[in-house]
Design a protein around this ligand. Structure first.
Ligand SMILES: Nc1ncnc2c1ncn2[C@@H]1O[C@H](COP(=O)(O)OP(=O)(O)OP(=O)(O)O)[C@@H](O)[C@H]1O
Ligand SMILES: [Mg+2]
Length: 499
């Protein structure tokens, strides 16, 4: 039975419409996927439903009756719970405060906050996710992004007598989670569904949608294209509805790695956070780095960036006996880096697309900013934006106005400013839509054919196997193994994380 019906949802920003007469219908007790390319309007729709973005037009019916949607209180009254795309936790508060904050704090005799109950409630919510490694007393800022996401998910699971939850809205909850954490989330989602609640689920990962959702609605350019039962549709159909073109949901063919010259040799390398690194890389090779969450994958990249200092071991790299001593030196040595946390270390959100895309290239575009012509910067940025199919209205637009996936593309554009010798990619396709993923894969393959070496991490195991020549498996911050990807399966790779 239809529980929620949204119609005529329109939201304009200046001349551009983020949503253009979009609609959505959710049944009671179903897991409903909302899919669409980066910038299609998914997060905007969710913000309208949450009452945090005021639409130009919208009508909401619950159980057949029209209900108002004027602000966040209306959404809360209907029992809607939200996990927004960008982390909106309060970093200086404890885990418990962040989890319980969405509801009122439990009080003793109606006066002081009952801290014991706050921690008990938070602990119980984390337990539902089968998470026992997060101390509810810790400051949330100290947690990894994955753990912060678990805290956000837990916050929606806190029970409330005043407004029992009827709809859980999750905007890309899995983008920051590992495979195992995703499995736990899907188990929880199944439980929510059994209890009669509905879930609206946004993800760019086709497998997750095909395996865990009942129906899917597809948006393109702010409009509803179609809603179908997962059992009656296919990946190809969904991709075509999203993009309006047929795209392969696969990896570009390898051009074959010719015998190339050696690019770097690493022997017994130890830094503060990783140990036992031992491998060599040829020019044009793509090396994956994998492992359970927080096993030192990112730190391997950081060693090449110059902010993880070698403590012992030997490295021969770019015909030198040293690694870069600092990130600024790395940039001069043509080492490009796409960070994992685009909002924390990747982007200046209030600055324009051009500023974000060109800042590190000023040396290349002109000797100093004042001498570099804005025109040159714009041409340069426009060309790269086209290569990654960036969706924007003008190059001077501040980055906070871009959709999540398009922000990631801006970060990627910066790394492609000049052809790198070494490309360091930390979860490069997180939050990026299928079409753009394929474009990014093609770009990386192209750079590889031209001689750039790549080291990339990813929690998407098929992606690592599809893109890399070899995979370095990390365990407890140590190199555990290095394997060829030929014939490797995701299941076998996952097994190596544990054995
Ligand atoms: N404050 C704003 N000002 C101007 N444009 C905006 C603003 N917020 C969103 N937009 C635009 O609205 C469109 C839809 O964005 P939205 O965030 O809803 O996309 P999305 O489908 O969630 O994409 P993604 O998969 O990348 O998260 C985008 O083109 C975006 O640039
Ligand atoms: Mg979004």
């Amino acid at each position: 039975m239809t529980f929620l019906k949204l119609d005529h949802v329109t939201k304009r920003y200046g001349a551009a419409a983020a949503l253009d007469n979009a609609s959505l219908e959710i049944e009671a007790g179903e897991v409903h996927a909302l899919m669409g390319e980066n910038g299609a309007g998914k997060s905007t729709l969710i913000k309208v439903l949450a009452g945090v973005v005021r639409p130009d037009d919208c009508s909401l019916h619950i159980d057949g009756s029209k209900v108002p949607l004027e602000g966040p209180d209306d959404a809360a009254r209907q029992g809607f719970r939200f996990i927004h795309q960008e982390l909106n936790i309060v970093p200086h508060l404890s885990v418990a405060e962040n989890i319980v904050m969405a509801q009122a704090y439990p009080r003793r005799f109606g006066l002081a906050v009952d801290w014991r109950r706050v921690h008990d409630k938070a602990g119980a919510a984390l337990e539902r996710l089968d998470v026992d490694h997060i101390d509810t007393r810790r400051k949330t800022a100290r947690l990894s992004t994955g753990d912060q996401m678990l805290v956000k998910i837990a916050a929606t699971l806190v029970s409330s007598d005043a407004h029992p939850a009827r709809l859980y809205v999750m905007d890309e909850p899995t983008a920051a989670l590992t495979g195992q954490e995703c499995d736990k989330l899907f188990a929880v989602i199944e439980g929510l569904k059994q209890s009669g609640a509905s879930v609206l689920f946004v993800s760019h990962r086709m497998n997750e949608v095909m395996q865990n959702c009942d129906r899917v609605t597809i948006y393109r350019d702010g409009r509803t294209i179609e809603t179908s039962r997962i059992a009656e549709t296919s990946r190809e159909r969904i991709i075509e509805a999203m993009t309006g073109r047929a795209i392969r949901d696969t990896y570009p063919a390898r051009t074959g790695t010719p015998a190339r010259e050696m690019f770097c040799t690493v022997e017994k390398l130890r830094t503060k956070h990783v140990d036992g690194l031992e491998f060599s890389l040829k020019r044009g090779e793509i090396l994956g780095v994998a492992g359970l969450a927080e096993s030192g994958q990112s730190e391997v990249l950081h060693a090449f960036l110059g902010d993880e200092k070698p403590l012992s071991g030997a490295v021969t790299f770019q015909d030198k006996q040293t690694l870069p001593s600092a990130p600024s030196v790395a940039w001069k040595r043509r080492i490009a880096y796409v960070p994992r946390e685009r909002r924390r270390e990747g982007l200046m959100l209030r600055r324009s697309i051009v500023d974000n895309a060109v800042l590190p290239h000023l040396g290349q575009l002109g000797s100093a900013r004042i001498f570099s012509s804005r025109r040159k910067e714009r041409i340069h940025t426009g060309a790269i934006a086209e290569r990654v199919r960036l969706k924007y209205s003008r190059l001077g637009q501040p980055c906070y106005q871009l959709s999540g996936g398009n922000q990631q593309k801006v970060v990627f554009s910066r790394a492609l400013g000049k052809t790198p010798e070494l490309l360091l990619l930390d979860e490069p396709t997180r939050g990026v839509d299928v079409g753009a993923k394929f474009d990014i894969y093609t770009l990386v393959r192209g750079l590889s054919a031209a001689g750039s070496t790549t080291i990339m991490t990813s929690s998407d195991l098929p992606e690592l196997i599809g893109m890399c020549d070899r995979i370095l498996v990390m365990r407890d911050h140590r190199q555990h193994a290095i394997v060829e990807t030929d014939g490797l399966t995701p299941a076998r790779l996952l097994q190596m994380f544990y054995e």
